[in-house]
Design a protein around this ligand. Structure first.
Ligand SMILES: NC(=O)c1ccc[n+]([C@@H]2O[C@H](COP(=O)([O-])OP(=O)(O)OC[C@H]3O[C@@H](n4cnc5c(N)ncnc54)[C@H](O)[C@@H]3O)[C@@H](O)[C@H]2O)c1
Length: 374
């Protein structure tokens, strides 16, 4: 198969969909890999590194789209790319269709095959192509929180781990899923006192077993949250209710209970945030202060660490990309139910119910475009 890797042109997107190691895995299986000039540069991968692993560099994004049977990307195509997408071309990337009608309409019109990373779903309902970014964001939440706890950054002037003779910081983490678990591990590793809250008792049982002793698990409810925000230095919002806006676990009125310089990192900002006063910020201007409380609400946290994020993402996407290239999308999706759930728009038809519902479009069951299924 001919595979194309365009450079990401969405603002502030520095990741790339394939590493040189991935290019080798594809080319040694007989596929041709075409990478746009400098596509990997912001993730630390120069053109020569791809060439050494069997890829060919093309000068422009138009060349890549024109050549490729399968496009592998990170972010959804932006408006200037819509006209480059060809009929029958397979696009494997994050789309987030349900929040973007013009994109949905453009991909319907293109008659391409759109396989979305975010809806590839394993039988246990986990989302294997979203997990790596949650892992990055969870770990980053503590790194960023620690930085903004410094006085010159607006924080309380507290060192997360304390020092001998001085107590460490108190970290409260709301949500013990992927983000919360990684955040708790980082905070605990730095020596903080960590409280990790969730509403899922089985999850709390597991976390209580695997976490170090400076992490205390606690059932999440309003009384417990109100009590612990008073003494927390850093609070991480990491809750998710699938398909719904995150609940407001910390209200505006609760900010007055906190000590000045407390730092809130609301990782759940992309689902509306679990802190009422949360509004999306960017890496250029990541924080704002309300009632003396520092809010960090960057919606694309992994974008700040493109080297790590690119490798973490491609570790997860490459096995699927190889299967798609080896078998073609129809056979690969027939044989792999997780991958089949990634199909959103195929040859002008919306085959993912949530996307059809979002824009009141006709829904076509995915099996109708796939033929015989596994
Ligand atoms: N800002 C970013 O750059 C970025 C990056 C990656 C992920 N995220 C977001 O982070 C959020 C968390 O993602 P995840 O992968 O950890 O999800 P997850 O599903 O693994 O975990 C969510 C956890 O929240 C718990 N929960 C639900 N209601 C709760 C409540 N009332 N109190 C406490 N816990 C509650 C659930 O039981 C679950 O364990 C999502 O909104 C995700 O989109 C943001």
């Amino acid at each position: 198969m001919i595979i194309g890797v365009p450079a990401e042109i969405k603002t502030n997107e520095n990741r790339v969909a394939l590493t040189p190691a991935g290019a080798l895995e594809l080319s040694k299986r007989g596929h041709q890999v075409f990478v746009q000039h400098n596509a990997g540069i912001n993730s630390g991968f120069v053109d020569e590194a791809y060439q050494q692993q069997g890829a060919t560099i093309l000068p422009t994004i138009e060349d890549v789209y024109a050549k490729a049977e399968m496009i592998i990307k990170v972010k959804e195509p932006i408006a200037s790319e819509y006209s480059l997408v060809k009929e029958n071309q397979l696009l494997f990337t994050y789309f987030h269709f349900a929040s973007h009608e013009p994109l949905t309409q453009a991909m319907i019109k293109s008659k391409a095959v759109c396989l979305a990373y975010e809806t590839v779903e394993l039988p246990d309902r986990s989302l294997p192509l979203l997990i790596p970014m949650s892992e990055v964001a969870g770990r980053m939440a503590i790194q960023e929180g620690a930085k903004f706890l410094e006085k010159p950054e607006g924080g309380r002037g507290v060192l997360l781990g304390g020092v001998p003779g001085v107590e460490p910081a108190n970290v409260l983490i709301l949500g013990g899923g992927v983000v919360g678990t990684q955040a708790a591990k980082m905070a605990a590793g730095m020596g903080a006192r960590v409280i990790l809250m969730d509403v899922n008792l089985n999850r709390l049982r597991y976390l209580a077993d695997v976490m170090p002793l400076n992490v205390v698990t606690m059932f999440s409810n309003e009384v417990a949250i109100r009590e612990h925000i008073k003494t927390s230095d850093l609070i991480v919002g990491a809750v998710l209710i699938p398909g719904a806006k995150a609940p407001n676990l910390i209200t505006r009125e609760m900010l007055k209970e906190m000590r000045p310089g407390t730092v809130l990192v609301d990782v759940a900002v992309d689902q509306g945030g679990c802190i009422e006063t949360c509004k999306p910020t960017t890496h250029e201007d990541p924080i704002y202060v309300i009632d003396g409380v520092v809010h960090y609400c960057v919606a694309n946290m992994p974008g700040a660490v493109p080297y790590t994020s690119t490798i973490a993402l491609t570790n997860a996407t490459l096995p699927y990309a190889i299967r798609l290239a080896n078998m073609g999308w129809q056979k690969a999706c027939q044989q792999d139910k997780a991958l089949k759930l990634g199909l959103n728009v195929v040859h002008g038809k919306v085959v993912y119910a949530g996307v059809a519902e979002a824009f009141n479009l006709p829904y076509v069951p995915v099996d109708e475009v796939l033929g015989a299924t596994a």
